[in-house]
Write a protein that binds this ligand. Structure first.
Ligand SMILES: Cc1cc2nc3c(=O)[nH]c(=O)nc-3n(C[C@H](O)[C@H](O)[C@H](O)COP(=O)(O)OP(=O)(O)OC[C@H]3O[C@@H](n4cnc5c(N)ncnc54)[C@H](O)[C@@H]3O)c2cc1C
Length: 398
């Protein structure tokens, strides 16, 4: 897909910062389990946290296309650092800007744009992962425009480093999807505690935290979107906003896969077995072909989903689910084959493909699993819903 000159310049900027500042520090950050402060500062100094936030709050006011460009370029070298940008571009700050009140915007957006403030996402609970409407997080009334929050969120990426958490929770009297809304809670508020951090297979520098909210005071200014006990409307609005995050997740998968393919090609050019570089072997070139087909297919689907969002809009659900599924599956195939092409060294931490293989695996769970996306795609197709492809006949035309 053709990029404008501004988009191409943004890609070039993100790529150069990633090569110079992110790539050389990524392996050490993975080993240490913490983001590299110098890499994050370099992104902030290049204004790369400002991409999607409105100019009023210190951002560049760009959209999902530009967010995907930057995420792809950073994840090509390091998924953990890209996740930091993903939270700023497509995480709670998007919701705050679109749905939040003035206090919430002033409180959070300038810090996110400057790369100094992380807002983590608290949706998943031990008994409410894919079936998020089963969540127990709830508010009880504590006066006019005042509530108390009780919640336990068990997968909040970068929750241990966050200044605030977006918490999906149920308003008093709601049941199932009815009554679910969201609040944004500063982490220094009484009753908020990080109770643990996951030791996952990958994404070691941007781990997920478990966070308890024990009778935390919530005021009207903390409310992002109030739940409605008579309707699932607010819950559906929150779900629709996740399409930004899904597109960002897809962009990171495509970036990591592109990086793994490039490393595999370079390795295969250097590695001589039986007197010639293994890159000349047709059996391995077929792997490159499969990898390129998977990456390019996913990239085209993502390009369509983010372009359909338009300025200030949200990527459409079906096109987003297609893109996220294709990108998750492409990344799994490509990173696995890239490791295989490296032979035994691909399994060693000396080569970045080993980290990419571990990191992208986590992305296949976040923002809705592959199975959840396929459920939605399958149901949509079965019901005769059409994508925006001209070749897809609408039910009425058949
Ligand atoms: C690296 C990482 C980062 C994450 N970051 C965050 C975060 O920042 N904030 C947050 O709130 N959450 C986060 N999560 C949590 C993530 O959103 C959940 O893991 C995901 O929604 C699945 O929930 P679960 O783990 O409880 O699995 P479950 O819901 O228990 O599902 C288990 C398996 O069953 C499948 N399954 C479930 N229901 C169906 C169905 N109806 N049909 C077919 N298959 C089904 C699932 O796809 C999965 O394979 C993160 C997870 C990971 C791994």
């Amino acid at each position: 897909m053709v990029e404008s000159s501004d988009q191409a310049a943004l890609r070039e900027l993100a790529r150069s910062v990633a090569i110079r500042e992110v790539a050389p520090r990524a392996a050490a950050a993975d080993e240490s389990g913490e983001l590299d402060g110098a890499a994050v500062k370099a992104l902030a100094d290049a204004d790369l946290f400002r991409v999607t936030i409105g100019a009023e709050w210190g951002g560049l006011g760009l959209g999902d296309v530009e967010a995907a460009i930057v995420l792809e370029e950073i994840a090509r070298f390091d998924v953990s650092t890209a996740i930091c940008c993903q939270l700023a571009f497509n995480g709670p700050s998007r919701g705050i800007e679109h749905l939040g009140g003035e206090v919430l915007k002033e409180r959070h957006l300038p810090g996110v744009a400057a790369g100094e403030h992380i807002i983590s996402i608290g949706i998943t609970e031990p008994d409410a992962g894919s079936a998020v409407q089963n969540m127990r997080a709830s508010l009880r009334r504590d006066g006019p425009d005042r509530w108390r929050l009780k919640a336990y969120k068990n997968y909040s990426t970068l929750g241990h480093a966050a200044g605030a958490v977006l918490v999906w929770c149920r308003w008093p009297g709601g049941e199932g999807a009815r009554g679910i809304g969201a609040v944004v809670v500063p982490t220094d508020r009484d009753g908020v505690s990080v109770t643990g951090r996951h030791r996952g297979m990958g994404i070691h520098a941007a781990t997920e935290a478990e966070i308890a909210f024990d009778d935390v005071a919530i005021g009207g200014d903390d409310v992002l979107l109030a739940g409605d006990v008579d309707s699932a409307g607010p819950f559906k609005t929150l779900l629709a906003h996740l399409n930004h995050e899904r597109c960002g997740n897809a962009a990171m998968c495509i970036g990591a896969a592109q990086g793994a393919l490039e490393q595999a090609v370079a390795y295969a050019g250097d590695r001589v077995v039986g007197g010639r570089p293994i890159g000349e072997l047709q059996g391995l070139q077929w792997k490159f072909a499969d990898m390129a087909v998977a990456i390019e297919g996913a990239r085209l689907l993502l390009g369509r989903a983010v372009r359909l969002a338009g300025p200030g809009g949200t990527p459409p659900p079906l096109e987003t689910a297609l893109a996220k599924t294709a990108a998750n599956l492409a990344a799994k195939l490509v990173c696995d084959e890239a490791m295989q092409i490296h032979g035994g060294y691909g399994y060693s931490r000396e080569y970045p493909v080993e980290r990419a293989y571990r990191d992208i695996r986590g992305l296949c769970f976040g923002a809705g699993t592959v199975e959840a996306q396929k459920n939605f795609i399958g149901q949509s197709v079965a019901r005769g819903k059409a994508t925006t492809s001209p070749g897809w006949r609408r039910r009425a035309d058949r």
